[in-house]
Design a protein around this ligand. Structure first.
Ligand code: PMP
Length: 288
């Protein structure tokens, strides 16, 4: 990933892609003092850009550090990077971290860095392939409780169990893993939130121990605009037996129907198709 043409916005300026490097004694690398975002640009405009920049600033605050740029400055730097890379449709990755000035658990005086990279990351699946539904394994790890970790932060450290879970799922021939929360209720996949369709209503877990995704909130609005009931609740895994359709949502995943979770089988149907269509229409008309 580090050997390509283009520019990465790095601490205030566009830097040639191959030169955007950090020292091995970076605190963020050793102690996970790092937060990031995942955004998508459609037709050259980043969907919900300011919400993402705000979440980045808030994620850092939850880890006890302050990004030395305002939300407006981060928005502007993001637009500049998307324009410099020249892609109409692209994935955007801002990341902020503690630098290499101090080693040790305590690193109050470390410098805070910010970088923004943009690359092409097409939809995982075509609309037709999506409607077949992906296969999810049960994750071997649970999401930690909010009193065990700052779970509202999009913190790099919280992805350790996500990578372990997804690697295990892939090794067993699945596309992703579904994680339970610390109490054993349904939580989310390793990088996307979960919706169940039960008798025409959308059911989604309360995000009290994992990321309240921007796509999740967008889908809830789109579903209500279609007149569907949206119910946020604690969902026990047994309720998967009651679901006619299941899908994942996230910036990278967009709306991805699920065909299988463990012993449960689902057939993507009209609600999945409607949410895919509505989300696609919205992101292409509502960029910032
Ligand atoms: N959960 C996790 C763990 C994620 O990484 C993501 C992707 N950022 C999401 C949920 C969905 O969040 P969003 O819709 O804001 O991309």
């Amino acid at each position: 990933f580090d050997d390509r043409d283009g520019f990465i916005w790095f601490d205030g300026a566009l830097t040639p892609w191959r030169e955007a490097k950090i020292h091995v004694l970076t605190h963020g690398l050793h102690y996970a003092s790092s937060v990031f975002e995942g955004e998508r640009a459609y037709n050259g405009r980043v969907f919900k850009l300011t919400e993402h920049s705000e979440r980045l600033v808030n994620s850092a605050r939850l880890l006890g550090f302050t990004i030395p740029y305002s939300v407006a400055e981060i928005d502007e730097a993001t637009r500049q990077t998307v324009a410099a890379m020249g892609f109409a449709d692209a994935y955007v990755r801002p990341v902020a971290w503690r630098g290499s000035e101090v080693m040790g658990v305590s690193a109050q005086a470390s410098r805070i860095h910010l970088a923004i990279a943009v690359w092409q990351w097409p939809s995982y699946f075509s609309a037709e392939a999506k409607m077949k539904g992906i296969r999810l394994a049960w994750a071997p790890w649970r999401r930690p409780s909010p009193d065990s970790a700052p779970t509202a932060s999009k913190a790099a450290g919280l992805y350790m169990i996500g990578t372990l879970s997804k690697h295990q799922a892939e090794a067993e021939g699945f596309q992703d893993a579904l994680m339970l929360d610390h109490r054993g209720f349904l939580a989310e996949a390793t990088g996307a939130n979960l919706f169940l369709v039960i008798d025409g209503a959308l059911h989604t877990p309360i995000p009290d121990g994992f990321l309240d995704g921007i796509t999740r909130r967008t889908i809830m609005d789109l579903a209500r605009a279609r007149g569907l009931d949206v119910i946020e609740r604690r969902i026990p895994p047994e309720d998967l037996a009651k679901a006619q359709e299941v899908f994942l949502v996230g910036t990278a995943a967009e709306v991805t129907p699920v065909g299988e979770i463990g012993e449960h089988r689902f057939t993507p149907g009209p609600v999945c198709a409607a949410m895919i269509a509505d989300y696609d229409a919205l992101v292409r008309t509502a960029g910032a």
